[in-house]
Design a protein. Structure first.
Length: 146
């Protein structure tokens, strides 16, 4: 995995790469470029590359003073799963959330993403909620790290 590198979303190119991975993995809630720019201001977004090939992205939503819970989301494009990309993104995200003072960690997975649910459960997350966003037909699953 020495050719895997992860970097912060800090320009238009990396923002578009992050958006691409998100929109491929979450086709029910595609984001616009402007929505990604807004997320960069609120969250830590990273993209992962193996060599020059885009392979994944991550999001860390920071804890707040009202709720000391961070949300860590690692996404790996299907053709690159099982090669340590998700693990690397997840490990970095958890470390960053802890640095921000998170007392608890959650993640959110689209219920049809069986690989993502399996990954979360294997890493000690337990399901706490299933819900539909307005207009959605596929539930989202919130999981919390034990």
């Amino acid at each position: 995995m020495t050719d895997l590198h992860i970097r912060a979303v800090d320009d238009e190119a990396t923002a578009e790469d992050w958006r691409h991975v998100h929109n491929v993995i979450i086709p029910t809630a595609p984001l616009t470029s402007e929505e990604v720019r807004d997320r960069v201001r609120r969250n830590r977004l990273e993209v992962a590359y193996r060599g020059d090939v885009l392979v994944g992205c991550s999001t860390v939503r920071p804890p707040t003073s009202d709720e000391p819970v961070a949300t860590v989301i690692a996404r790996t494009l299907a053709e690159h799963r099982g090669r340590g990309v998700g693990e690397a993104l997840y490990t970095r995200g958890i470390a960053h959330a802890r640095e921000l003072g998170a007392e608890a960690i959650e993640t959110v997975v689209l219920s049809c993403n069986e690989d993502g649910l399996r990954f979360a459960l294997a890493h000690g997350f337990v399901e706490t909620e299933r819900y539909l966003l307005d207009g959605d037909t596929i539930p989202w699953v919130t999981l919390r790290l034990r």
